[in-house]
Design a protein. Structure first.
Length: 270
């Protein structure tokens, strides 16, 4: 093996990462959260040709996928969301008509790899902890980002702002981005009451139906939809998360690209 200078490694990492960050300071779409809805949204946004970054506060992706159902390493997926997992090469076992079982680790790996291969950038260890806004009328024009490690340490370090045409809250049960918008931009009149108790079929249907724009520049997908619209939770069945991510990608692509938007989602979600 060749002799390597420590400083060469340091320079390569800082230069390459900084180049990408500079490129990201003005992007088409920021997806917040790399769970099932965020990864799916990121994949189809990138496939639609949009410059897309997914910020994930943890040093791993997958969100709630890894926890399966009470940590049993399987999840249930119902049609037509199975098409999304098949598209990324994730094996599914047939449970009964239109119902499948997925392995959690395979689902995380295949979905994340589909998102990266489509051209979306996933950045780990970064929290979106505030938004950039303009008015009148009130609209969201970017996200405020900080290293997770800084937040955890409690150090007083000012964050940075990243501009985007659309921000999508895919942060799951706590709808963190919407909660910030509701607290810090009162002109939006946004209330985040939280989700209701479990009712699987209603939850799946209503999550997908209510996926979409919350105010100009700000969208919601995945479990954050239930928190915003106070609709039921569904437990470890994940078809609705995938469909919600695909639907929001379709809506954002149509908004940004207009008639030039290509149909990239393999399902008719409405
Ligand atoms: C950066 C953040 C921030 C932030 C959070 O929880 P997730 O898996 O979210 P969804 O909506 O894609 O999927 C929900 C699903 O996992 C689930 O919990 C279900 C179906 N529950 C049903 C039930 O009844 O309980 O992923 C959200 C991701 C996570 O990886 C977070 O770490 C990340 O977002 N995140 N990243 N900045 N402010 N907040």
């Amino acid at each position: 093996m060749k002799d390597v200078e420590e400083s060469t490694i340091t320079r390569a990492i800082i230069r390459k990462a900084a180049e990408e960050w500079i490129n990201l300071t003005e992007t088409d779409v920021i997806v917040v959260g790399a769970g099932p809805s965020g990864l799916t949204a990121g994949m189809y946004l990138a496939k639609a040709g949009l410059k897309t970054v997914v910020f994930e506060r943890k040093l791993s992706f997958g969100g709630g996928i890894g926890g399966g159902g009470m940590q049993f390493h399987k999840l249930v997926i119902q049609a037509p969301a199975d098409k999304i997992l098949r598209e990324v090469g994730c094996d599914l076992e047939l449970l009964e008509e239109d119902m499948y079982v997925a392995d959690t680790t395979a689902m995380i790996a295949k979905l994340a790899s589909g998102t990266i291969d489509a051209g979306a950038k996933i950045i780990l260890g970064v929290i979106v902890d505030d938004l950039i806004y303009r008015d009148p009328p009130p609209r969201i024009t970017g996200a405020v980002v900080q290293w997770t490690s800084v937040i955890m340490s409690g150090l007083h370090v000012d964050p940075l702002g990243v501009k985007a045409k659309a921000i999508i809250d895919c942060t799951g049960h706590d709808a963190e981005v919407l909660a910030v918008a509701s607290r810090k931009i009162p002109e939006l009149n946004l209330v985040v009451p939280g989700e209701k108790s479990m009712w699987v079929s209603q939850a799946e249907k209503l999550t997908v139906e209510n996926t979409g724009e919350v105010c100009p520049g700000l969208y919601v997908a995945g479990m954050a939809v239930a928190a915003l619209r106070q609709t039921p939770r569904m437990g470890p069945i994940f078809g609705g998360m995938l469909l919600s991510g695909a639907k929001v990608a379709q809506l954002v692509a149509a908004k940004i690209l207009g008639e030039k938007a290509r149909r990239v989602v393999p399902i008719d979600i409405g």
